[in-house]
Design a protein around this ligand. Structure first.
Ligand code: ADP
Ligand code: GN1
Ligand code: MG
Length: 370
């Protein structure tokens, strides 16, 4: 497994943060593929306080200080916007809890980077979309996020994962992994490999538009999967966009495209029965409506033109990443069983094939809400 599940001494770690309460317990939390996440509880008098603790995955994020600097800037800016719009800044954005020495993280004696956030209560994340309203609201939240962050003052955000959505480079990484075939697995995934190799041309399209100055670089989230939005238990609203590690310069098309592969899917990302996997055009309709209701007037005509295509491209990119990781021996994504990455790859490629068939309809849907 890429990151071993380990028991950490959350009581000792949390003692380094400005939390006014006595530690009671901590449990592993959520289904993220990257960090070690825990829900920790404390008692302050008779009040229970809850916090999210995360051990930052420094195999992936090599500059955790820069990640936290970006997150501090982004969340401070969002807070101002939320307050100005009459919202609740403790629920509608992540709130970083500082360490006793006023830093946004704590480095343990073993060299692990830990951070803490206020726990957003009475809201949940979901791995599968339950209904059209959920995805409309989540997608609208991602759209508002892009708008709110657009006028972040100061320097360009730090590129914490350079070329994160550079699909052209990802394609080269994939072919390199294939040539090396370090774990002797390529033979067993020939169909998936052929599917990816046949789409090299697609991999270059958004990179080309950016290079040619046809679409603008903006500040984007870059990891807009459905379980990175908290859905309010009572109202069903997409109350808070979380998982802000990858907020950095990017294309709005990365965010829209990446949100579709789970947001408009009829099955889980790791569903084994591929007959259940496909794009649900009803969900795609709600997803596009929610996003465009939030960003109407903000996107350029070329960005609008490529929305439907971006869904296919980002799903392809993700499938190719899972396949690369499988071929390389599961070094990047957390996996729960040995076939996990290839199962995930297969759902993504099945989604791509289905989107290719339904691209005309997806474009008509986008057109309706422009
Ligand atoms: P990863 O990068 O590993 O996906 P996330 O930051 O998305 O990590 O966190 C994993 C899960 O933890 C989320 O899907 C969500 O369920 C939960 N979570 C994260 N931050 C909070 C928070 N501030 N309040 C409540 N739940 C949270
Ligand atoms: C990871 O962090 P999480 O689980 O929300 C990954 C995304 C992938 C996604 C696939 C930093 O997202 O890029 O699309 O898994 N995040 C990073 O489910 O690589
Ligand atoms: Mg996440």
């Amino acid at each position: 497994m890429s990151v071993p599940t380990r028991i950490f001494d959350l009581k000792a770690i949390s003692a380094n943060f400005a939390i006014d309460g006595c530690f009671t317990e901590a449990i592993p939390y959520g289904n993220g593929h990257i960090h070690d996440t825990f829900l920790a509880s404390f008692m302050s008098g008779t009040t229970e306080l809850k916090y999210i603790f995360q051990r930052i995955n420094t195999n992936i994020f090599k500059t955790p200080e820069k990640v936290m600097e970006n997150i501090q800037r982004v969340t401070s800016h969002l807070k101002k916007q939320i307050v100005a719009q009459g919202g609740d800044p403790l629920r509608e954005t992540l709130n970083v809890v500082l360490s006793h020495d006023n830093r946004s993280f704590f480095v343990s004696p073993e060299g692990h980077y830990w951070r803490a956030y206020l726990f957003i209560d009475k809201a949940k994340t979901y791995d599968i979309v339950l209904d059209g309203r959920h995805i409309y609201n989540a997608s609208r939240a991602f759209g508002f996020f892009q708008r709110r962050i657009a006028d972040l003052p100061g320097d360009r955000l730090f590129d914490v994962l350079p070329d994160f959505h550079n699909t052209e480079k990802r394609f080269v990484n994939f072919t390199n992994a294939l040539a090396k075939d370090a774990k002797n697995r390529a033979q067993s995934v020939k169909t998936e490999v052929a599917f990816v190799l046949a789409r090299e041309k697609d991999a270059k399209i958004l990179c080309g538009l950016l290079r040619d100055g046809k679409i603008p670089e903006r500040i984007t989230h870059n990891d807009t999967k459905f379980n990175n939005v908290m859905i309010d238990d009572v109202t069903g609203e997409g109350i808070c966009v979380i998982d802000l590690d990858t907020v950095m310069p990017g294309l709005v098309l990365y965010d829209f495209g990446d949100s579709v592969r789970i947001g408009a899917s009829t099955a889980a990302e790791d569903e084994k029965d591929l007959s259940k996997v496909g794009v649900d055009l009803g969900l795609f309709d709600r997803l596009a409506a929610g996003y465009l209701d939030a960003v109407r007037g903000f996107l350029t005509p070329v960005e609008l033109e490529y929305l439907a295509f971006s869904a296919k491209l980002l799903t392809f990119e993700c499938g190719m990443r899972f396949l690369t990781d499988y071929i390389e021996g599961d070094t990047y994504f957390k996996i729960k069983h040995p076939e996990h990455n290839i199962d995930r790859c297969r759902t993504q490629l099945k989604m791509v094939a289905d989107m290719e068939e339904k691209m005309g309809k997806m474009e008509e849907i986008v057109e309706k809400f422009k």
